[in-house]
Design a protein around this ligand. Sequence first.
Ligand code: XMP
Length: 171
Amino acid sequence: MEVLITADRIQARVEELATEIVCAYDGKPVTVVGILTGCLVFTADLIRRINLPLRVAFITASSYRGETVVPGRLEIRDELLPDITGRHILLLDDILDTGKTLTRVVAHLIDRGAASVKVGVLLRKIGRQEVPFEPDFVGFTIPDKFVVGYGLDFNDEYRHLPFVGVLLSGE
Ligand code: XMP
């Protein structure tokens, strides 16, 4: 495993992001919505540093990525989402890759009556975006490599690692 972003750098950047978020919301209550499961560690670390009236909820968005008959289809499940009518949403995801997931989930939350949706991602991959999408808060931009750790997985492993790394062949 090659460490791409150390645990210390992540913690320092999460602290900065929390400050940016607190400034942006300026005392307004916010509902943080994390996209499971990759958002888990990022969300847990970030919310503990956000000094605002805050609710937390989760949503799932699974992309079939060609494994089924309908390649690229995205299934959004929001049974765990409370009523978000009129609420200001901060949507969190682990990584912005093609941009398709976040575009769809933002539209879904607006559809459900959110007053506003801002988006925060820990990572943004360079050169991968297929749809125009501008997140409001970005932790790090990274090269086009498959990364794991700090919530990100390969076959559901490695999510617990405190750093972001690149798997070397044979691991
Ligand atoms: P899109 O392409 O819709 O996808 O922006 C975002 C989702 O794709 C997954 N993804 C990754 N997961 N390492 C991972 O563990 C990666 O390098 C990676 N790139 C994309 C992830 O689930 C993300 O939410």
